[in-house]
Design a binder for this molecule. Sequence first.
Ligand SMILES: [Zn+2]
Length: 225
Amino acid sequence: MDASAFLVLAFASAEIVVLWDRLTGNLILRRINTTMALKIIEIGHPVLREVATELSPEQLASDEVQTFIDDLIDTRKKANGAGIAANQVAVAWRIFVVEIANNPRYPYKPEYPLTVLVNPKVELLSADRYDSYEGCLSIPNLRGSVKRCPEVHVTGLDRAGKQVSFDVKGITAGTFQHEMDHLEGILFPDRVEDPKTFCTWDEFSERYEEDFKKTVASVEARYAG
Ligand SMILES: [Zn+2]
């Protein structure tokens, strides 16, 4: 927008500014260029059970969706998730974000650069499975062991609408399967085969984390090394 055509009248909040459009005389509310952490919904909320809908190229290019993607990235970062899907902030669009860097919730996870996927597909590349002890931002203080494939092929669009296609190997492949499940309305407890593996985060640290770190090390050495 042409800044000279607008006059800032007031800051309606820390993040919203009121502009006066000199040409039309209209008042406009605009977000200042900051991101906003969104509210993460929890198990029981029906949007977590919705099959998310694909975005058209026009929708993806819109300010609304681009701002939403910025906010989703920010939400994941503030909550220390390894990834987050749009359903988790009550928006059933086929978008998820993965980013792993010095994550205090998952200290054993290898780093993975910020990846935004729109209309993604995650294809399992083999019949191999490992025991993935998962958690979820939408299911506070619960972990459980899920079978995941350690090698996947991922396709979809990046946030600019460009087609992307890449493999993910090692335990990060499990993260992509977890996020993909969200877009289908599936939560990790649905995939827990042995309910006795359910535990709180404290019990996980005390009783299961050491063994799980060994699983992580062997999966990483075999598939990602
Ligand atoms: Zn989750």
